[in-house]
Design a protein around this ligand. Structure first.
Ligand code: DHB
Ligand code: FE
Length: 353
């Protein structure tokens, strides 16, 4: 725990310094080393908790703060308290390290085998290390994980769960999308590109009973493949929203058909993809999390059947059961398709069908 008192000379112009202090502090919070930060009410002071390996590391971290020359810091070392609630028991701790040992050993053994079998050179090893650094600096670990790893976790965890098929969450979900009102329509720009479409269907349990008031949290790229909140172009909240089912379990919302999406080509994930001469594309898809009380939430995507890349998805997330076929509804240029979602009861262990 560190108590910091900031003493700036009264005549000093410190706006720039404070802005840099804020940026550095947020960087340290994001990387997990600055765990708690509290203002001391009424004083230019804070109480902070840092997670560090040694006093030297703490000093290095504190002296990296732009305001360091003006900070009076008092450090108190904190140890675990045996009476604190919510701490793992000895037995839980033992099980966790057994699991960590098993997993880490297994993964490393397979990496080591691949190195031997492929006679990986020192140059290649150095290039991989640099690539690790680049992925971190570009903030692309979530992207890389969701493109190349998540689909296996998803299939393994949920592949034979009762109810509708799920698929990967991906990196572009934002919590707390606006709760929309009927008639439901995902927020879009007045000049939003892409074919208008209406999506309808029912949400039921595995016995076919309608689930009233089920929630569909929907998000998607625009016609050019851009997700709001992550890419330049679409305004905040564009093509994101929550839709509810009616008493008969039916839902209906209007949106546009999204375009296919390429992972960023200029970043390290794109470079890896290009190096292996793989396609960087994902087919057009709409993301949903369908949830209802007493049921397992379903994280899934619906894939547009006319899209390219359906059989060459860089994220390997397409399942045949999730492909939809939009057709003209007869109302102007509007397209429409229907999809029924079946939710498994909570912790359903038994596969159905
Ligand atoms: C990625 C993008 C997506 O739209 C998606 O659904 C899954 C993964 C990605 O770029 O990682
Ligand atoms: Fe997506």
């Amino acid at each position: 725990m560190v108590q910091m008192e900031v003493r700036l000379p009264p005549e000093m112009e410190a706006d720039d310094l404070k802005a840099r202090e804020r940026a550095r502090s947020q960087e340290l919070q994001r990387d997990g080393s600055w765990v708690h930060l509290w203002r001391v009410a009424g004083r230019y002071a804070n109480v902070s908790v840092f997670d560090v390996g040694s006093p030297d590391e703490l000093h290095e971290l504190l002296s990296s703060l732009p305001l360091f020359p003006y900070i009076d810091a008092h450090v108190t070392a904190l140890a675990r308290h045996p009476s604190k609630l919510d701490q793992p028991t000895e037995e839980e701790r033992r099980l966790m390290s057994e699991r960590a040992n098993q997993l880490i050993s297994d993964i490393l053994r397979r990496v080591h085998e691949a190195i031997v079998e492929n006679e990986v050179t020192y140059e290649e090893y150095q290039a991989v290390k640099q690539w690790f650094i680049d992925v971190g600096e570009a903030g692309e670990w979530p992207l890389f994980g969701d493109v190349y790893i998540e689909h296996v976790v998803e299939k393994n965890a949920f592949g034979d769960r009762a109810g509708s098929q799920g698929t990967i969450l991906g990196p572009f979900h934002l919590p707390d999308a606006p709760v929309l009102e009927a008639p439901y329509e995902l927020p879009r720009r007045p000049d939003e590109q892409g074919d208008r479409t209406v999506v309808t269907g029912r949400v039921t349990d595995t016995d076919g009973n309608p689930l009233a008031g089920a929630n569909l949290d929907v998000w998607q790229a625009d016609a050019s493949g851009a997700y709001s909140g992550f890419m330049p172009g679409p305004p905040e909240g564009n093509l994101r929203g929550q839709v509810r089912t009616r008493d008969d379990g039916r839902y209906e919302f209007r949106t546009v058909i999204p375009g296919p999406y390429t992972i960023p080509l200029d970043g390290p994930t794109g470079r890896l993809t290009a190096a292996a001469d793989w396609s960087p594309w994902r087919p057009s898809h709409i993301h949903l999390i369908v949830s209802a009380e007493g049921h397992e939430p379903l994280v899934t995507q619906l894939f547009i059947d006319t899209s390219d890349y359906l059989h060459d998805d860089v994220a390997s997330a397409v399942k045949d059961e999730l492909i939809v076929h939009p057709e003209p509804t007869g109302k102007g240029d509007e397209l429409g398709f229907s999809y029924d979602f079946v939710l498994a009861p909570i912790h359903a262990p038994v596969p159905v069908g």
